[in-house]
Design a binder for this molecule. Sequence first.
Ligand code: HEC
Ligand code: HEC
Ligand code: HEC
Length: 208
Amino acid sequence: MLLFCWNIKDVKRYIVGRLPAVCIGLCIALSSLAAEPVPVASPHSNWVPLAQDGLHDPSNPRLDLLQNPAEALSLLPPDLEGNERSSVVGNRVKWVKALREGYINPRTNIYPETKIKVLDLDVMLTKRDTGELPRVLFPHKQHTEWLDCSNCHEWLFKSKTGATPISMFAILDGEYCGRCHGAVAFPLTQCQRCHSVPFAAQAPAKAQ
Ligand code: HEC
Ligand code: HEC
Ligand code: HEC
């Protein structure tokens, strides 16, 4: 691969040089997605019945023993956030809300001796001035209600703010937050759910 012939400086210059292009590209991609007619037939159009999902054997006579996704998911708080296209991705459930408001009550442990630790700690991931782009606040609480510390620490993220070299490139490539977001958690097209804190709100007030 080409990258192997480069030294670190060249790689950094390559990435930094392309950041503005990526941002502009993402913005254009998102706005053109929003402008395109979106194929939303009904609110349930992306809850494919098990017999048609390409995973279950439709000829299995006992497929009726399993619950179809629409039957269960339509009862939970809907996730219709973001642009219209992003509202048709994922399973369209606001899972954090479903948990908070008691729609679901998942079993926390199989073995009684397993300790559950919920950590209520928000981490501001963006340090620098990002101008118009809101900063990323990582909430531990909403994650540790579902996940164990070892799902992320120390292999994916260091237990020290700013110690992990997270970048949007890597995330879009399925690394860091992208290991789950876009796979089992809300998708990467919902920028504002991670980029949630306006830079101005954090900056020190200007002298009058
Ligand atoms: C979904 C992934 C995830 C899970 C699960 C998770 N963390 Fe974290 N944690 C992070 C990220 C991301 C950071 C910020 C890392 C960075 O900035 O380099 C962080 C940072 C931390 C920090 C440093 C905070 C600071 O102020 O410097 C501590 C301490 C920590 N985590 C403890 C825990 C503990 C204890 C648990 C389990 C109860 C846990 N984390 C579960 C992702 C996670
Ligand atoms: C190990 C899997 C995993 C990783 C890694 C992960 N998340 Fe999550 N995240 C989840 C799950 C599961 C939820 C809850 C389901 C949902 O909201 O889609 C969630 C929810 C959230 C929420 C929503 C909280 C709410 O109130 O609705 C935010 C914000 C978030 N994650 C940001 C991040 C950021 C930023 C990173 C990377 C630093 C990250 N996550 C990494 C699994 C993960
Ligand atoms: C799952 C959470 C998450 C989502 C969704 C997300 N981002 Fe990010 N983004 C991050 C994290 C974490 C960083 C790295 C920390 C930082 O520098 O802010 C980041 C960094 C960035 C950066 C700074 C450059 C870089 O590589 O560090 C840009 C620009 C950016 N994101 C744009 C976007 C856009 C546009 C979207 C929507 C298409 C988006 N992000 C969606 C979590 C997310």
